[in-house]
Design a protein around this ligand. Structure first.
Ligand code: BGC
Length: 745
């Protein structure tokens, strides 16, 4: 994706490094691009006064909201840290987020970015290459707009389908989420834009997000949410880990020594820096517990009355060597990541962006990430012969819905439609439902020129049902808007859309439902419909992708990264406690109920039948599995032959699950493959398993423990559609965490 470096770029770097040249004219050690990032960082810090070091461990939010101003030199975005010209360190221009370059409150007038489909859609591709391309695209746009830090990499597990931010994240399984996040981070950082992984840890609901304590035992935490972070860090090597707002076991994340110092930095040997979420720092003591930089300082001031890493930290450092040592280490870690991500040698250059190319990436994600949930009597793909097609609802005449909050991306041309929602709280001014400019209706008209396609906005179920009676096919677009800092109360589609779909599907059995939702929803009308496509928030080319999938120009191949429950009663917590509480309300949430058995594992444990299981998704062909074999037991490797037995080309995602460990049933996703096959074609696939997925985490020994004995695994089409169960014997294996930070090539 990267535009080749221009001569101008070279002169900028040379200039910066010339500034960094010592008075003697000799190149100072930090300017030596061949030295390791650690050595360069250490040499800068050695040359800094304590005062200089203290200036670089806090950052203002660079947006004019809530009465704040944009600091001089800042582009206007989530954050800004001025340059250190003495050492050739560029200013850090920090932008949100995982789905593209944000521009909150239009702080940079008219400067939009290309919106990716939601994180759930990226995860639903089960395609690491696609996730990486998605990261590269947004990283390239960020870089071309002058940003060098991107707050991407949200990897919180979907413990609750009502979590308002699930759409930003990568689902409920640590392996799938960690892999997907790691690849997107890789893509972003390949563009020389430093990425985060966030929100460390257990920031798994929005209700009382700044006050709640997520309570869980360490073993369960290590095998679930922390494993997702660990895998994402290993794969993506993010420069920063963002600690989230909430508390874990009673202690705020950004001053949680167990999480930040003991696990992340000591046991995992993470060498990057810990960045706070905006308004998540409560005291200067956080510095001794592992936090390296306080971001969005004005929000801490507003909420808690001070900026802990400014004067309070300076006072501590003046009096206490432990703080002074940490301040030096905080700077070293920040600079190490700045050097490692190439921010000094590859400064961003304002470059025109080829938005057509970017939209192609968004299109690819939506094609691979949309999930066909139902297709009775092969209702889809739609026939291309002349038909009367009625499209209803969802503002499908103008575009596709997106999710709100700091992950909101607005296209360069502005939104197709924006409906302000009002409301209270820190994010109130950004609270609007936004539709991107990619109309499914227009795309369908383009794809089916022989058909007569009409639109009804769906505001009256009676009217829509009456019109539906006179159509050959009806396509209802149903939307569920989600946003940071709010959860949904239940899984019902809002604003009477269940009644609308029911009325329409009762009037015409050839009803196809396209869902544009932030996550799992209930479908009380399901049995009356002919087909259902989950398109999530489908991004910049969402309308086109939906039309391509409905018409069979491209076969759907996404697989659910989350379980769709049949009812709220099936969940570990049927109600969200204190629903509607303020961000800062103190609340205890018990995650020991499910522990590490998040999502499908909870369903397996409780023998509950979901509406649609994790891993599920249909396509327009069928696949058969044969020769399923364990070819190695340590490391565990399973191979199989996948054959396309249908009439059209398609992509399959065969999934390998653990079903039994010695002494107990235990379901876990162990790996998967993604294979595209023509009709009649076969291919051998091979899945190799990370031993941590077979292991229990032994908290006392701080080791992963694979006990000796028999293990059962099965190849499946989803978490509940398993075939070819195999038993294998393993010798005992115990091992400690290996360092997550890899030596640089
Ligand atoms: C969010 C972060 C985001 C930050 C900066 C916070 O409200 O939780 O994900 O990166 O704001 O905008």
């Amino acid at each position: 994706m990267k535009t080749p470096a221009l001569p101008f770029a070279i002169s900028l770097v040379t200039l910066a490094l010339m500034n960094a040249t010592g008075a003697s004219g000799a190149t100072p050690p930090w300017a030596d691009a061949h030295a390791t990032p650690d050595m360069r960082a250490q040499s800068v810090v050695k040359d800094m006064t304590l005062e200089e070091q203290l200036q670089r461990v806090h950052s203002e939010m660079a947006m004019p909201i809530l009465g704040f101003s944009v600091p001089v030199g800042a582009l206007g975005s989530a954050g800004y840290i001025p340059a250190d010209s003495k050492h050739g360190i560029p200013a850090l221009q920090v932008t949100d987020a995982s789905l593209g370059v944000g521009n909150p409150n239009n702080v940079r007038p008219g400067d939009g970015g290309t919106p990716l489909p939601s994180g759930l859609s990226i995860a639903a591709t089960w395609n690491p290459q696609t996730a990486r391309q998605a990261g590269s695209m947004i990283g390239h746009e960020a870089w071309s707009k002058g940003f060098n830090v991107m707050l991407a990499g949200g990897v919180n597990l979907a413990r609750d389908p009502r979590n308002g931010r699930n759409f930003e994240y990568f689902g409920e399984d640590p392996l799938l989420a960690g892999t997907t996040a790691g690849e997107t981070i890789n893509g972003v950082q390949a563009q020389h834009v430093l990425s985060t992984v966030k929100h460390f840890a257990l920031n798994d609901q929005e209700t009382a997000r700044m006050g709640l304590s997520a309570n869980i035992g360490e073993q369960a935490l290590r095998e679930s949410d922390l494993l997702a972070f660990q895998l994402a860090i290993e794969k993506g090597q993010p420069g920063a880990v963002m600690c989230g707002y909430n508390r874990v076991n009673g202690v705020y994340n950004c001053e949680n020594k167990t999480l930040l110092q003991d696990i992340l930095k000591d046991q995992w040997s993470y060498r990057g820096f810990v960045m706070s979420d905006w308004g998540a720092v409560h005291s200067p003591e956080a510095a001794l517990r592992g936090l390296d930089i306080e971001m969005g300082t004005q929000i801490d001031k507003l909420l808690y009355g001070s900026i802990p890493f400014q004067i309070p930290l300076a006072q501590k450092a003046a009096a206490d060597i432990a703080y002074r040592t940490r301040v030096a280490d905080m700077n070293t870690r920040i600079l190490r990541s700045v050097f490692a991500a190439g921010l000094v040698e590859h400064p961003p250059i304002t470059t025109p962006i080829d938005y057509t190319l970017s939209r192609e990436v968004a299109h690819k994600v939506a094609l691979e990430g949309s999930v066909l949930l139902r297709n009775e009597h092969q209702a889809l793909p739609l026939s291309t012969s002349a038909q009367r097609i009625l499209v209803i609802g969802g503002h499908a005449d103008v575009g596709v819905l997106s999710g709100g909050g700091s992950a909101q991306v607005i296209e360069p041309e502005g939104p197709a439609l924006s409906i302000p929602q009002g409301g209270e709280g820190l994010l109130a001014s950004t609270r609007a439902q936004v539709w991107h400019r990619s109309s499914p209706l227009q795309a369908l008209k383009g794809a089916l020129p022989q058909s007569v396609i009409t639109f009804n906005d769906g505001r009256s179920p009676g009217e829509a049902a009456e019109l539906a009676r006179h159509a050959d096919v009806v396509i209802v677009f149903a939307t569920q808007w989600m946003m940071e800092s709010y959860d949904t109360y239940d899984l019902n589609l809002p604003q009477g859309q269940n009644e609308l779909i029911d009325a329409v599907a009762s009037a015409n059995p050839h009803t196809v439902v396209v869902l544009e939702t932030g996550g799992a929803v209930a479908m009380p009308w399901l049995n009356k419909t002919a087909a259902v496509l989950e398109a999530w928030y489908a991004g910049a080319s969402g309308g086109q992708a939906i039309a391509d999938l409905l018409t069979g120009r491209h076969a759907p191949s996404g697989r659910l990264p989350v379980t769709f429950p049949s009812s709220l009663e099936q969940l570990p917590r049927p109600a969200i406690a204190s629903f509607g509480a303020k961000d800062t309300e103190r609340l205890d949430v018990n995650y020991d109920i499910e522990g590490a058995d998040v999502g499908y594992r909870w369903f397996a444990r409780t023998h509950a039948k979901p509406l649609f299981p994790f891993g599920y998704g249909l396509t327009y062909t069928q696949f058969a599995y044969s020769n399923v074999k364990v070819t190695s037991s340590a490391p565990l490797r399973v191979t199989a032959t996948v054959t396309n037995t249908g009439k059209v080309a398609g992509r399959d995602v065969p999934q390998l699950y653990l079903t039994h460990v010695p002494g107990r049933p235990q379901q876990r996703l162990l790996g998967w493959s993604s294979v595209s096959l023509k009709p009649g074609e076969s291919q051998q696939v091979s899945v190799e398993v990370d031993d941590r997925l077979l292991a229990d985490f032994d908290v006392n020994q701080r080791q992963w423990n694979v006990p000796a004995g028999d293990y059962q695994v099965a190849l499946g089409r989803s978490a509940t559609d398993l075939e070819a169960s195999l038993t294998l014997h393993r010798q005992a294996n115990r091992f400690a965490d290996r360092p997550v930070t890899q030596p640089l090539p």
